[in-house]
Unconditional design. Structure first.
Lengths: 693, 880
């Protein structure tokens, strides 16, 4: 082939340039340690390296989160372990307090130690993590979760939120437990039901319920009769103060069927038939009028209760006109601050408000109108008059009550007060019914105060002590027939010597004996206290009336209960550890109650408290077990993170990193090649015929 | 005598030979020079009796050693090589930038998500939140800087196109000159070529060919004409055309090539016609790689911003407010470019329907015939078209076609104002500006929404062990789903019956409804808003009478999530109707439609139960047509079953409000008006308490009742989906309505879902309520962090990172492909050039030999004359 001189130079320069560029590339690879200097050198690997790089970084983040999680969980665990020690010590003290030989001052000294433990437990429950966030307040890390005292009780101000951290791609690991689940939400009693002697009950009157109506023969006439009730509070009829009586009134003319005259209450009135819960009432005047109808009413009747019987000439319909379906006669809502009033919060928290108010009711016997008074529960002073609360003419029960209308906690005139709030009472309150309105920030209330029927104390007089009870079949306990509010009631038949003790099992919601499914009555006709009591024998809630069947539990009562003593079985609810310790302290510090056997009351209370402390310990252990398993999970995950990290690093290195041995060999080779190209070019270019011309 | 003359011919020939050799030697390094040789022939012999006597020699021609075929091949290779080389140089700029461990997007994105995780671990920590903001700013800046680099390259290309045009014009001018000189030089005819001028001309052609691929045509007079593309002239005879860089009609920021003819008229040259050479390389790089890289990046930014915002807006910030947008993403207005050559005045609006379906392509919309529009996806030239009775209808039909075929993630609507002319085009770039326009809208560390806006719990006193799960928020938009009845109470001059859990705003005051009997004072005409609806009750013929009932129907349309209802350009953004949708006469069958701003007209929908969105669309269209006439309003179904109403009236826009209904038999004169609110109104404002009731027998009806939950807000529609079962829907129309209880079933209403598991005991209560002071709640932060690994792009198949990797891989592959092709092309060029050089190139050794040869020939000829002279002298001497 013919070669032009230009070609010699061109190709010489070109080859030197190519070699130099290859050499430079190798040098840059070595200098940067990267196999690819730009993605175009290996686009697939470059894209893959980006993705694996991200995966590796994410994995590293999991590693960091895991160690965060571990430290938080360890902190929670150590606090919980301290709490468990504390509760164990409290339990020891409770057992110790059961020693019958201890004097009141001994109990006092135990209680003062308990008070210290109580505060210690609140301190533990309010512990914070390293950043000042409360550990046990759910999502509300900056809110102190627990506040309160033995006296006022402890309320939880956090929520049920469980903080979680992402510790792996598919796992959000919970790292906190809400204070609710640790300290508050503890099943009491034996986990299914609680036992105890009666300690307090609502003074508010119970309602009556219409049970059944039996129509024996069809009514002769169309019309409406009313069965009206009146409570003889002043004992003008001599049947005992508080005895209820009823009248049968023809609504067409307002006349009593019994007397034929206008229906009136009082000593000479027409309300002459004594009412007894659960005893069928025959609607008849005994002579001229006979509807052939029998109605059964249970519960305690109050003045103003009306059952309407309407006949259309063929059938009779009975309607409880003023009866309410709930157990309480009147109910109160949770109340609210005046949302229209921007100053409502200040008004409620003003110093004029003791934060311990009572809404008291009174039925004026003159016209059966219901009035209420707002009373400072501490001083007994009526807010309306500024004088001690008093009923009757000139008294402080001046405000007429209208069901379901909001009752403003404010006065229209002097003495002026305005608490900026209102509550709504429904139903028919009876004389003496009291609702308390106590300042509280409980989230289940309205956030400012809590409303409740006022509770009063009553104690058993006998020496009966109830055990924790046994659950034979939990499913039976949860049957629909069980109201969950059961009582073992005692009655002493003093006609025998020595007196024979009988007991009845009662559903306290319906007041019916579980044995007979009729209203529980002691002695006399329809007596339902038919089971003989033997101390220490287990009382089985089995073999009950057909409507109830078998509740699958039994309790043991030992000692000698007195007549009218009551032991209660309630479906387990939740009780906070603070409330349990508080109850223990209050029981130890309680003065002897008149008419009660203080030691026995203490014993019954201690039994219940120890039960609950055991539940609290169980709960604590359960939570810690969950935490422990999370720790285990974290340990396992840590290994995974390390492994995965290594794997990603290797892959990434394979994609990106330079093989130095190879690269240096290449560099040397390219260098030699460049030198050869340079040298050969110089040699060739030197050749020319002109040198010889 | 003849010997002398023969000698002289030899002398002259040798002289010419040496002249040519010398010319070759002198031009050994001249670019484009082809060696020349003399064509030496014998003179015509003289006849004699002895035969023919040679008369010496002459030089017939000076020949250029040149192969036209070879040259054309090399030209072809060279123009491709120049194109590939330019492409390769350009693509290397972004290739290096994208995957750079420091400059690329990946590290910034990773740093941002690391900061999200850090904030999730310490949701109440201001420093951790601030770090998240800073990382967000860093990532936004990285998006913008990568985009800026692309923009810089883009404007560099614009400049280069202009300078390329100048270079090409200058070459064409030079060619014209050389052509003229060739004509002048070759007066003797083309048999004696002007070799050196030919070389010059070929060199200019070669240089021009490296700028743009050209075709040459050699004319009979020796000149060449030059064409490019599919025959566009640059030089014909002595008329030269000029190339210019000019802004594209579709996009005034994009330079393209125009050709100016001799009359001075400009013609835009489509990019497809400009290929080869540096100019071809630049244009190919821009349309093939740069645009898709920028769109791809913009798509990540747009989707990132939008998806992050959507989750962020479901959360609650440190101050207890609902989350706002975290990023700002491009708004629709700037994403559509009307061709500056459009003769119509039609306007087109774009809305994003589904971010996952967005592609990285640009689109072109054109009116191809009266009321027929065509949408072309420019990346692969897939087209869709739609037609109707008018242009808005045609557009609606087009979008239905697109959505039925392959959703592109955006919707187009046409304004009733103005209309397009046939041939009008719009350039649609849904993703081009994403990376440029993304920015951080949250500036306050407290405003990062890391918590969930609701919390759930079980009441402590519950006897059962059932647990309620933490709630999940899927929607905070307006949610009233079933009618709510409000009644007027004259004694207290108030309204009663609002849903529990709602916050009712009346004239600037908020009432939190925590029990069903809470009353709200009545003021005539005051706006009362709750649960996504705004109502007002006005004294009509007089005040309402005691016990009058006003039924507030659920809105037929709920506003688009996260954005206010857009009514510009005649489009009503609207949410998906709940299916099945029951239209009840007198309850929710009316709505007011204001087509042209001249007042609402009431349309009554045919009552019935509609099970599919398509059915309601058909019925609504029929009912609207009945009132307004056909062609006034088009009802269509956008993506996600959203209803869209489009006005076809010139100057019209649609305002749509559900009309009111009120129970017949009201005695008073109160008149109810209803409007729709937007986001945030659906969440419970106060705690909703759910109560579990065990299975029993209804004392009134003696019918069995199941285990159930009561307390759900009035007006909500609750969907209960048992674990792995089929959903059941309950409409809660009064406080005592209930849903059947199933353990672990998902209970969803008002955009909230949760489940209750375990065995509750009769009377147990659970609550769902707002989450004030939930500063340690990181639920939303975890969900935000999840987005990093969630497939949000490419129809739900790619994460942000994998989408970015895809761009890197795409660019890298292209760069590699072009580089390899460029190298191969260089080799071809070299081979071709070597081949030409091997015949046409000057070899100095050869020339040295030639020089000696001609020298010797000259010496020999001189000797011949000398001999002849001596012979003559011999003859003369004889005579002396």
């Amino acid at each position: 082939m013919r070669i032009s001189t230009g070609m010699i130079y061109d190709s010489g320069v070109r080859s030197v340039q190519n070699q130099t560029s290859t050499l430079l590339h190798a040098q840059q690879q070595i200098a940067t340690g990267r196999r690819m200097l730009s993605p175009s050198e290996d686009p697939v690997a470059a894209a893959r390296a980006l993705e694996i790089g991200q995966a590796k970084e994410i994995n590293a983040t999991y590693g960091v989160t895991q160690s965060n999680a571990k430290s938080t969980i360890s902190l929670v665990d150590s606090q919980l372990s301290s709490a468990a020690d504390l509760i164990t010590r409290v339990r020891e003290l409770a057992v110790q307090a059961g020693d019958a030989a201890l004097s009141a001052s001994d109990l006092r000294s135990i209680s003062s130690e308990l008070r210290a433990h109580f505060d210690e437990l609140i301190g533990l429950a309010n512990s914070t993590d390293g950043t000042g966030q409360y550990l046990f307040s759910g999502f509300q890390g900056s809110n102190k979760p627990f506040a309160g005292s033995v006296e006022s009780g402890v309320v939880y101000q956090g929520d049920d939120g469980q903080r979680a951290l992402r510790v792996s791609s598919s796992r959000n690991l919970p790292v906190s437990e809400s204070g609710n689940s640790i300290f508050m939400n503890i099943k009491n009693g034996n986990g299914i039901f609680t036992t105890g002697a009666q300690t307090q009950h609502s003074a508010n009157a119970n309602s009556i319920t219409l049970d059944d109506t039996t129509v024996i023969n069809p009514p002769a006439l169309a019309g409406t009769l009313e069965l009206r009730f009146w409570v003889d509070t002043a004992d003008v009829l001599g049947g005992g103060a508080g005895q209820a009586y009823y009248d049968l009134v023809d609504t067409a003319n307002g006349n009593s069927i019994f007397t034929g005259a206008t229906s009136t209450t009082g000593a000479t009135g027409s309300y002459t038939n004594a009412y007894s819960s659960g005893v069928p009432i025959t609607i008849s005047d005994g002579a001229a009028v006979d509807f052939g109808v029998t109605v059964t009413i249970t519960g305690s009747a109050q003045t103003g209760d009306v059952v309407s019987l309407k006949s259309d000439g063929v059938a009779v319909t009975t309607t409880p006109k003023t009866l309410l379906p709930s157990a309480a006669r009147a109910t109160i809502d949770k109340g609210q601050l005046d949302s229209l009033d921007p100053l409502a919060v200040f008004k409620w928290s003003s110093s004029a408000n003791s934060g311990n108010l009572e809404l008291r009711f009174w039925t004026d016997p003159a016209d059966a109108s219901i009035y209420y008074d707002l009373v400072d529960g501490k001083t007994g002073i009526s807010e309306f008059t500024g004088d001690p609360s008093a009923t009757g003419a000139g008294g402080s029960y001046t405000q007429p009550y209208v069901a379901d209308n909001p009752i403003a906690l404010a006065s229209g005139g002097p003495p002026a007060f305005d608490f900026g709030a209102s509550v709504t009472v429904s139903g028919l309150p009876a004389t003496g019914d009291v609702f308390t309105l106590k300042s509280s920030t409980d989230i289940t209330g309205n956030g400012y105060f809590v409303t409740a029927p006022k509770l009063t104390k009553t104690y058993n007089a006998g020496t009966g002590i109830i055990g924790a009870g046994e659950v034979l079949d939990a499913a039976k306990w949860n049957s629909a027939a069980n109201s969950g509010k059961l009582e073992v009631r005692f009655w002493n038949d003093t006609s025998t010597i020595p007196a024979t003790q009988y007991y009845d099992l009662v559903d306290s919601k319906t007041e019916k004996s579980l044995f007979t499914d009729t209203t529980s009555t002691s002695g006399g006709l329809n007596n339902t206290y038919t089971h003989k009591f033997i101390s220490g024998d287990s009382i089985a809630f089995a073999g009950l009336a057909a409507a109830y069947g078998d509740f699958g539990v039994s309790v043991t009562i030992s000692g000698t209960p007195a007549s009218a003593d009551v032991f209660k079985l309630d479906t387990s609810s939740s009780e906070s550890a603070f409330s349990t310790i508080g109850r223990l302290i209050k029981a130890l510090e309680a003065p002897d109650n008149p008419g009660s056997n203080a030691k026995i009351a203490l014993h019954n209370e201690l039994g219940s408290v120890i039960n609950n402390l055991d539940r609290a310990l169980d709960n604590n252990l359960m939570v810690r077990a969950a935490i422990g398993s999370r720790m285990g999970e974290l340990d396992a995950l840590d290994g995974v993170v390390q492994d995965v990290n290594l794997q990603y690093s290797e892959t990434l290195s394979g994609l990106q990193d330079l093989d130095y041995a190879q690269a240096i060999t290449d560099l040397t080779r390219h260098q030699t090649e460049l030198e050869a190209a340079q040298k050969s070019f110089v040699n060739i270019s030197r050749l020319s015929l002109f040198n010889y011309v | 005598m003849s010997l002398v003359s023969t000698g002289v011919t030899g002398l002259i020939a040798a002289q010419m030979g040496m002249q040519t050799t010398g010319h070759n030697i002198a031009n050994a390094s001249t670019r484009g020079y082809n060696r020349q040789t003399i064509l030496q022939t014998t003179n015509t012999p003289m006849f004699s009796s002895a035969g023919f006597f040679g008369q010496g020699t002459n030089v017939a021609n000076i020949v250029r050693v040149y192969s036209d075929f070879q040259s054309r091949q090399v030209l072809n290779s060279e123009t491709s090589a120049a194109q590939l080389n330019t492409y390769s140089t350009q693509v290397a700029q972004i290739d290096n930038m994208l995957a750079d461990p420091n400059a690329g997007l990946s590290p910034a994105m990773q740093a941002f998500f690391n900061a999200v995780e850090e904030a999730a671990a310490n949701p109440s920590s201001i420093p951790a939140r601030q770090a998240m903001l800073s990382a967000g700013q860093g990532m936004v800046a990285r998006f913008q800087s990568v985009n800026q680099r692309i923009d810089d390259i883009r404007s560099g290309i614009n400049q280069q196109i202009a300078s390329e045009a100048g270079v090409i014009n200058s070459y064409v001018q030079q060619l014209d000159d050389v052509n003229q000189r060739i004509i002048n030089a070759q007066v003797a005819g083309s048999a004696l070529p002007a070799n050196d001028l030919y070389d010059q001309r070929d060199q200019i052609v070669s240089d021009l060919n490296k700028e743009i691929r050209i075709n040459t045509q050699t004319e009979s007079d020796g000149t060449v004409s030059v064409f490019f593309g599919s025959g566009q002239p640059l030089l014909v005879g002595s008329s030269s055309f000029r190339l210019h860089a000019a802004a594209a009609l579709e996009d005034l920021t994009r330079m393209e090539v125009t050709l100016q003819d001799v009359n001075g008229t400009f013609t835009h040259i489509p990019e497809s016609l400009v290929n080869g050479g540096k100019l071809g390389g630049l244009l190919q790089f821009r349309s093939e790689t740069l645009d898709s890289a920028q769109n791809g990046l913009g798509r990540i930014a747009t989707v990132f911003g939008a998806t992050f915002n959507a989750q962020h807006q479901l959360g609650q910030d440190l101050t207890g407010a609902l989350g706002k947008s975290f990023f700002s993403v491009p708004q629709s207005g700037q994403l559509i470019l009307a061709n500056s050559g459009n003769s119509g005045d039609g306007k087109v609006a774009l809305s994003f329907d589904s971010y996952a379906d967005l592609t990285a392509s640009d689109y072109r919309l054109s009116l191809t015939a009266t009321n027929t529009v065509r949408l072309t996806r420019l990346s692969d030239n897939v087209t869709w078209s739609g037609s109707g009775n008018n242009q808005p209808e045609a557009m609606a039909s087009l979008m239905s076609q697109v959505n039925a075929d392959e959703p592109q993630g955006f919707g187009l609507t046409m304004s009733g104002i103005g209309s397009m002319s046939i041939g009008d085009t719009f350039l649609i770039r849904p993703t081009r500006y994403g990376a440029r326009d993304i920015s951080l809208t949250v500036n306050d560390a407290r405003a990062i929404a890391l918590a969930a806006p609701i919390r759930t719990g079980a009441t402590v006193a519950n006897a059962g062990l059932a647990q309620i799960s933490a709630g999940v928020i899927s929607n905070t938009a307006a949610v009233l789903a079933a009618p709510v009845s409000i009644s007027y109470e004259a004694s207290s001059n108030s309204l009663i019956g609002f849903p529990v859990g709602a916050a009712v705003d009346v004239a600037g005051k908020t009432y939190k409804i925590d029990n069903p009997t809470l009353r709200i004072p009545y003021t005539s005409g005051a706006s009362i808003s709750f649960n996504g609806v705004a109502v007002s009750i006005t004294d009509g013929g007089g005040p309402p009478a005691d016990g009058d009932i006003f039924v507030i129907p659920p809105p037929l349309f709920t506003p688009l999530f996260g954005a206010p209802t857009a009514v510009t350009d005649g489009v009503v953004g609207s949410g998906a109707p709940l299916m099945p949708l029951t239209i009840a006469a007198g309850i929710n069958d009316q709505f007011d439609i204001d087509v042209d701003g001249f007042g609402p007209i009431t349309v009554t929908l045919t009552a019935g139960t509609y099970t599919t969105p398509a059915a309601i669309v058909t019925q609504m269209q029929t009912d609207i047509n009945t009132v307004l006439g056909a062609g006034v309003v088009a009802v269509t179904l956008a993506q996600n079953n959203q209803l869209k109403l489009t006005s076809a009236t010139a100057g019209g826009s649609i305002a749509l409000t559900p009309s009111f209904v009120q129970t017949a038999g009201n005695l008073g004169g109160g008149v109810l008006g209803v409007g729709i609110l937007s986001r945030g109104e659906g969440l419970p404002a106060t705690q909703i308490t759910l109560k579990y009731l065990q299975a029993n027998t209804d004392p009134l009806t003696n019918l069995p009742l199941p285990a159930r939950l009561t307390g759900l807000p009035v007006g909500s529609v609750v969907t209960v989906t048992p674990n792995g079962g089929t959903p059941t829907t309950y409409t809660i129309s009064q406080p005592t309505d209930y849903i059947a209880y199933t353990s672990e079933a998902s209970i969803a209403f008002n955009g909230i879902s949760f489940s209750i598991s375990g065995e509750p005991v009769n009377g147990d209560t659970f609550f769902v309520g707002p989450n004030p002071t939930g500063v340690s709640d990181n639920r939303n932060a975890l969900l935000l962090g999840n987005l990093q690994t969630k497939n949000t792009l490419s129809g739900g198949t790619a994460t942000y990172q994998s989408s970015y990797s895809q761009i890197v891989s795409q660019i890298g592959n292209k760069a590699r492909e072009v580089e390899v092709a460029s190298k191969a092309q260089e080799t071809l060029v070299k081979q071709g050039q070597d081949f030409i050089q091997s015949s046409s190139g000057v070899n100095l050794d050869e020339e040295a030999a030639n020089l000696i040869r001609y020298q010797q020939a000259y010496q020999a000829s001189a000797k011949m004359i000398d001999v002849a002279s001596k012979l003559f002298e011999e003859v003369l001497a004889l005579g002396r």
